[in-house]
Design a protein around this ligand. Sequence first.
Ligand SMILES: [Zn+2]
Length: 331
Amino acid sequence: MQSTNAAQHAEALDDRVPKPDEVRDGVWSIPLPMDQPGNPFSLCYAIAGSDGSLHLLDTGFDTDENWQLLSAGLAGFGRSVDEVASVFVTHLHPDHLGLSDRLRAASGADIGMLRREHQAVKAIANHGALVTNERLAGWGVPEERRPELLAALGPSLVARDVVAVDRVYEPGERLDIPGRRMTLLATPGHTAGSACVVDDELGLLFTGDTVLPRIFSGLGLGDLSESNPIADYLDSLASLARYDDLEVAPGHGFRFRGLVERTAELAAHHLHRSRAAAQVIAAEPDASTWEVASRLRWTAGWERLGGFYLFSALFQTQLHLEFVRSEAFPG
Ligand SMILES: [Zn+2]
């Protein structure tokens, strides 16, 4: 894996927020800060259409600071938030969907996403939390630890507000950007409706959070999926192999080449964890999700996990257990 943007790369490795830059003629990258340890910014991409129209891919967290940074970033390229005609959101998390509503209010921009992700937005709005007390009980979570998990969740975790979507896309469709041939790929895993966007003419693959250069994205972090997010994610990574010669423009971090090398690392990371979970239940077939999670290795240390991070650890463990018990698990 090789960084293709030295400045962005150096800043990202230092956990600083890089400056906006031009990716191609009429394609720009605008980093927008967020408050997450080890992941200090998300990347908004701005794309000019052949008719002079302006379009965004992801929008950063919804804060006043980011609104100003986005405005200033676009102004630096002679463009303005008032002229944004459309926003496509790779997935529903607030560091990608974030400023969409403000943009629509400012410029009348259409907000678009894949149909499956739109379904998730509606499901989360209707059902709220990803888990219930019963589900936590089923995972063997001790009663005294349940309140912090339930409190850490809810609709605000995934999509801050219910966003009305103006344009629902199907996989394989092109974004409505005049003069560009940007095609949508369904790459479920991080969320069930996660999208990548490929443009062969530009030689770019926009990966959202499906492929990131520095961090391993959590899986299954949208609405509850009808299929196993780990199996889906491994399939999605494999489906991207044909784009290995393209430059990757991710949702966080820095642009790079060497897509297949990176997808192999991502797949190995998740399979390693599945195998560790498989070993635990081979020795203790009746171990609960809670017990299995407590025996796995966590970067922060199991004892120190709390709130959302504890939920995420338990949820990932649960997904690995379901994957290990499915036919998709390679062993
Ligand atoms: Zn993200």
